[in-house]
Design a protein around this ligand. Structure first.
Ligand code: PEP
Length: 248
């Protein structure tokens, strides 16, 4: 299996709890010699210098496409450089649909961070009304989210995150994920993650779907013990026969 496991803290955790979380995960990855890629996206205020395992990557949930300047409320690469951050989430549905970033804004941001060699986790996904129109509409909607995006960029990871599944507790079905990932994989060579209410108990089934290279997890990843178990599941090759202790 050996899958990518990523945690998006969104607007959760403090500087103190982020440091505890990252230290715990690093210790766990060192102790267990974890070799698959793990990402953590803390809130910007919790960015710092961390001593981390070589397979753990700390990224930023958002930044503006500048080095520095007069962009009130934003941060640029000068601020990221201070902490050695070279990984960014772009196109997350909350930025598209809550904050209102357009595809043009997103493509500008993508190309800026691409030009600097950042690892980019690029998120795409359709809202409920589009899903209800069927597969052709869903794929059409997702493909529009590739406008202005170089899909051959070598430092790209894509996350398919249906908007209706993010933070709602309703994950896509195995069939939904399998169908969309198969279609997307015909267009892209980058690793493809699934995200949208992934829970610890259902993680293994999702990771076993063809064309799923890992998961991007919000809510269910904020507990460090659960996140350790997610990393454990993702680090195994083949399926795990033991029962994972999980509540949901
Ligand atoms: C996310 O933030 O990318 C996400 C998938 O959140 P959640 O797991 O809470 O749905």
């Amino acid at each position: 299996m050996k899958k990518i496991i990523a945690s998006n803290f969104k607007t959760n955790h403090t500087r103190k709890s982020t440091r505890e979380f990252i230290d715990t995960i690093t210790q766990y990855m060192d102790d267990e010699s974890i070799k698959n890629d793990v990402y953590i996206f803390p809130p910007t205020t919790a960015l710092d210098q961390f001593n981390i395992n070589e397979n753990l990557n700390i990224g930023v949930q958002n930044a503006y496409n500048v080095k520095n300047g007069s962009f009130t409320g934003e941060i640029g690469t000068e601020q990221l450089d201070e902490f050695g951050i070279k990984t960014i989430l772009i196109g997350h549905s909350e930025r598209r649909h809550v904050i209102g970033e357009s595809q043009k804004d997103i493509a500008l941001k993508y190309n800026y961070f691409k030009s600097l060699g950042y690892k980019i986790i690029y998120c795409v996904g359709e809202p409920l009304e589009v899903k209800e129109e069927g597969l052709t509409s869903t794929l059409g909607y997702i493909f529009e989210q590739f406008d202005g995006i170089d899909l051959d960029y070598e430092n790209l990871v894509i996350a398919y995150e249906p908007v209706w599944a993010i933070g709602t507790g309703i994950s896509a079905t195995i069939e939904d994920i399998a169908t969309i990932h198969k279609k997307l994989k015909k267009k892209i060579t980058a690793p493809l993650l699934y995200g949208g209410s992934v829970k610890l108990c259902g993680l293994q089934d999702i990771l076993e779907i063809d064309n799923v290279d890992g998961v991007l997890v919000g809510t269910a990843s904020w507990d460090k013990d659960d996140f350790k178990k997610m990393i454990y599941i993702g680090s195994k090759t083949g399926s795990i026969n033991e029962k994972i202790d999980c509540k949901n």
